[in-house]
Ligand binder design. Structure first.
Ligand SMILES: C[S@@+](CC[C@H](N)C(=O)[O-])C[C@H]1O[C@@H](n2cnc3c(N)ncnc32)[C@H](O)[C@@H]1O
Length: 200
């Protein structure tokens, strides 16, 4: 079982700053839906640190879901639920619910349709006032990209022309079209941002 566990070194670097923010953004109790959980290391870390919340990881990739399940089997956390097969670009959100949505490092490593689908889903299933928190690198109006983010953006676009760092303004417009209002933008280590929207 443990053979399925994947490891992403970045999660070890960013999990504490993200967790510190989650303490201030998430509701005290309820169900958190994590979109694009990847290895599952964040899910285990956050579920362990936030025991009053139920944490639902998800990923469209079967190998990622096996990794999440393997980490979860080892951690044995009562509030960490089984991973969902969820493609944000192509999900029927009817019947789903969550008290908060967290999406780390996805919107620049997927076509724009994934961001549009994420916003459609968040607008559909979040209760009024509930948060959608994004984390990752963004392009901000009037600010040149930091050299590390410019190189990352070029590399992403080389790998897939549909990928690339997203303009925060475009993400905000996309969210706004689904009834989500920008609440906070927080500068994070390594030139990343946390961006919190709330259902209006
Ligand atoms: C760079 S990894 C980030 C994983 C994890 N959140 C982290 O920070 O380590 C990007 C993840 O996005 C997922 N992904 C790509 N397209 C997606 C989509 N349309 N809907 C949901 N997840 C997607 C991939 O399967 C992958 O696990």
């Amino acid at each position: 079982m443990n053979d399925a566990r994947r490891s992403a070194p970045a999660t070890l670097r960013n999990r504490e700053p993200i967790l510190a923010l989650l303490h201030t953004v998430l509701p005290p109790v309820g169900l958190v839906l994590e979109i694009a959980s990847g290895t599952g290391e964040h899910a285990v870390h956050f579920a362990a640190a936030l025991p009053a919340l139920r944490w639902r990881p998800s990923d469209p990739d079967a190998g990622a879901r096996q990794s999440i399940a393997a980490w979860a089997a080892e951690a044995k956390l009562p509030n960490l639920l089984a991973p969902l097969a969820l493609d944000a670009a192509n999900t029927d959100w009817a019947g789903m619910r969550a008290d908060a949505i967290v999406c780390i490092n996805m919107i620049h490593i997927s076509p724009w349709g994934a961001t549009k689908g994420l916003m459609r889903g968040a607008g559909a299933i979040l209760p009024i006032g509930a948060p959608l928190m994004l984390y990752g690198p963004f392009v901000r109006a009037g600010r040149p990209l930091e050299p590390s983010n410019a190189a990352f953006d070029a590399d992403l676009r080389r790998r897939d022309p549909a990928w690339g760092l997203r303009a925060l303004d475009a993400v905000e417009d996309c969210a706004s079209a689904r009834g989500l209002t920008l609440d906070r933008v927080i500068e994070m280590p390594a030139n990343n941002l946390s961006v919190v929207f709330r259902k209006g």
